[in-house]
Design a protein around this ligand. Structure first.
Ligand code: 28F
Length: 694
């Protein structure tokens, strides 16, 4: 890949903003949480800066490493951070980048055409939340600098990311160019400082797909252990073999990404169709700038649509204007092609978006400045000016692709699929209308099944989907009628991954569930209409319970994905153990907590291991699993929607070959929940017991 030599740039272009103490005081403002996601955010900030160098053509190799001591490092072979002194600040460009928030010329596009870093808060936040941070810049010579964060007990304040000294010219000549950053996440800030290998590997792989030709290396030198119960019942610590370093590089970029997403699925035509273009765009309130639009599409024999969109390398899980532009551009191009090639007769109605979405796998990326992120999880593109630009590029690109002979078979197949979908739609219209009516009727008149709450406020109302009749009965006694509904599941609901929408509707359990939520399903699902802002799956911790959880998540993922994206789907965590003696009772939710509770209850303790929800009394179920003030909930979030689609398809789809090795490689079911970000959600005690409960 051709790598440009450095553009003219010096430290003066950096902007100086506030100090770093603010980051330590309220880290959640900058990285969202101090949980596992926030920890990985401080790594993404550094990775994004290296990716920006590559995305702008100055670097083509990035290396990420997890060290034995728990630190992480990122290296690129770009131009190297600016080392000259910034006249305004009187410090070097390197020091500015790590000690001033948003210190980055990235706020005007003079220095970078596109920058992913805009979504982030910059490398200075990583510095502020690290015990130490080292940077080495090779720019003709080798420069070094080190920062530390410590608590100044004399003045009772944090000193965050303070330089040990000015940038040092080591005098050594630099063979290569680039920037190397290594940092130790601060265990005094984060709940956990344990890096998650899968999370990092998946994100680096995604970045390699999105940045064609850039090589991204990942090495994890940490020693891994597995703890399990030995014969004598004592825990055994076993050292696991070290992980092999991996390297991602995709010269096919988005085409390779589309093929990866469709692995194991039956393709509808030979190869993905790809196009990219750069256009002028003027975002309201900003100077005219450039926008780069790229897409790859490949249809499969499935009937669902998988559109994966990104803005500046960030997955826009909640969609946005680029997606609407893409769909309308695709629709216009396919309608035109179908008319011109006899798939649509003069008397035929034109296709609608749903017809061309069937079986579509598409990757759409946009690179631009002045991005407006919206939505619950800030992953929705909110700039309306983007829609017409993307629509025009997609329409023009597909038209150019249609003109080349080699793609005729592919577009014929696309038009044929759309025609088939349109005919099916028109033929089944009445059935679908019946289905939609069934799913939207007033969910309260479900005899016997749903114990509906009396309150009408979706913000407060909660729907518990409870495995089994006995637990369902206990939950009905335990619940607070005003805002908690109970839907007992008799047996396992249908696995919808292999079924069509209409078959899903024939299943009693799912029909009840759709009616209870009351927001439609599938293409007619509208998350704004949900009756519950919390839909909580309560299943046993055994294999059956896990399987039910998987089936329900498959259903939500396939037919109510926006409910998950809006953060409304949760998994209830019943306790595994009760530790007690006389009148002291404690509950433990996992084996780690069990030890703590045994110590807390002390001598003479007894343990009851809960096999299932049905074993608990109503007050125990209330106190341990349903009371918002004391329960543990896991919020289901789709960090990586591309991977989620593959995991569900691998596990629940009709392709058996992939499943066996996937299962034995990810045997423990938590891996299957790999796309569920574990966010233990213990709500603050409501305190206002009086007005809240019956
Ligand atoms: C391991 C992490 O951070 N690499 C980086 C550069 C290169 C330049 C630069 C960075 C421009 C506008 C801030 C050099 N020469 N890897 C990295 N490589 N920052 S960060 O400039 C400062 C930025 O705002 C650079 C000419 N132009 C830019």
């Amino acid at each position: 890949m051709a790598v440009k030599s450095g553009g003219r740039y010096d430290a003066d272009d950096l902007k100086i903003l506030e100090g770093l103490e603010a980051v330590r005081v309220r880290p959640g403002m900058y990285i969202g949480s101090t949980g596992v996601r926030g920890l990985h955010h401080i790594l993404w900030e550094i990775v994004d800066n290296a990716i920006d160098e590559a995305a702008n053509g100055y670097a083509d190799e990035i290396s990420v490493k997890l060290w034995k001591d728990g630190s992480a490092s990122v290296q690129d072979n770009g131009r190297g951070m600016p080392t000259d002194i910034n006249k305004k600040a009187g410090i070097s460009g390197v020091e500015l980048i790590f000690t001033k928030l948003h210190a980055g010329g990235k706020f005007d596009e003079g220095n970078y055409a596109f920058s992913g870093g805009l979504h982030g808060v910059g490398a200075s936040v990583t510095n502020a939340l690290s015990r130490w941070l080292e940077v080495e810049v090779c720019r003709g010579k080798v420069y070094k600098m080190r920062f530390t964060s410590a608590y100044d007990s004399k003045n009772k304040k944090w000193l965050c990311g303070v330089p040990d000294g000015p940038l040092k010219d080591t005098g050594a000549k630099a063979g290569v160019r680039g920037t190397f950053v290594r940092f130790m996440p601060d265990d005094r800030v984060f709940e956990t400082v344990e890096w998650n290998y899968d999370t990092i590997a998946k994100r680096l792989k995604e970045l390699a797909f999105l940045n064609k030709g850039v090589r991204i290396n990942f090495e994890d030198e940490r020693v891994l252990y597995r703890t399990y119960e030995g014969e004598d019942g004592e825990p055994v610590k076993e050292k696991l073999p070290a992980r092999e370093p991996v390297s991602y590089k995709y010269d096919g970029g988005l085409v390779d990404f589309a093929e990866y997403l469709n692995e194991g699925k039956t393709k509808a035509y030979a190869a993905p169709l790809y196009y990219s273009a750069i256009r002028d765009i003027t975002i309201k309130g900003f100077a005219p700038s450039k926008i780069k639009v790229e897409f790859a599409i490949e249809h499969t024999k499935e009937d669902t649509e998988s559109l994966y969109s990104f803005v500046n390398n960030i997955a826009t899980v909640e969609g946005g204007y680029h997606e609407t532009g893409f769909r309308s551009g695709l629709l216009k191009a396919v309608n035109e092609y179908a008319r011109a090639n006899g798939f649509l007769k003069a008397k035929d109605q034109p296709f609608i978006v749903d017809d061309v979405k069937e079986g579509l796998t598409a990757v759409l990326t946009v690179q631009m400045n002045n991005v407006e992120f919206e939505g619950q999880t800030k992953t929705k593109l909110g700039n309306p000016e983007v829609r017409p630009v993307v629509e025009q590029v997609v329409q023009e690109g597909l038209k150019k692709l249609m003109e080349s002979r080699g793609n005729k078979a592919s577009f014929d197949e696309i038009a044929r699929k759309a025609k088939f979908a349109a005919d099916d739609r028109i033929k089944h219209r009445h059935e679908r209308d019946v289905a939609r009516a069934a799913s939207e009727n007033d969910g309260l008149n479900l005899v016997g099944k749903l114990a509906a709450c009396s309150g009408r406020d979706p913000e407060r109302n909660e729907l518990f989907i409870v495995e089994g009749d006995s637990a369902g009965g206990t939950a009905k006694q335990a619940r607070v009628r005003q805002f908690q509904s109970i839907l007992p599941l008799r047996g396992k609901p249908l696995n919808v991954q292999k079924k069509s929408a209409l078959q899903a509707l024939q299943n009693e359990e799912l029909k009840t569930l759709i009616s209870a939520i009351g927001a439609g399903f599938g293409k007619s699902f509208d998350v704004e209409k949900t009756r519950y802002k919390k839909v909580i799956i309560l299943s046993d911790a055994d294999q059956d319970g896990m399987h039910i959880r998987c089936i329900l998540l498959t259903f939500f993922f396939k037919y109510m994905c926006d409910l998950i994206k809006a953060g409304c789907v949760y998994i209830g965590m019943p306790p595994l153990y009760k530790v007690y003696k006389k009148d002291v009772v404690e509950y433990a939710y996992d084996d780690k907590e069990l030890d703590e509770k045994i110590k807390k209850v002390g001598k003479g303790y007894q343990i009851q291991r809960y096999k299932g929800l049905g074993e608990m009394s109503a007050e125990q179920l209330w106190e341990t699993t349903m009371d918002p003030a004391t329960r543990n909930l896991i919020q289901v979030t789709i960090e990586d929607i591309a991977e989620a689609g593959r995991v569900i398809d691998m596990l629940m789809g009709d392709k058996v070959e992939g499943r066996k090795e996937f299962l034995n490689e990810n045997a423990n079911f938590n891996k299957v929940d790999g796309f569920i970000e574990k966010v233990h959600f213990r709500e603050e005690g409501k305190g206002t017991q009086g007005d809240f409960y019956d």
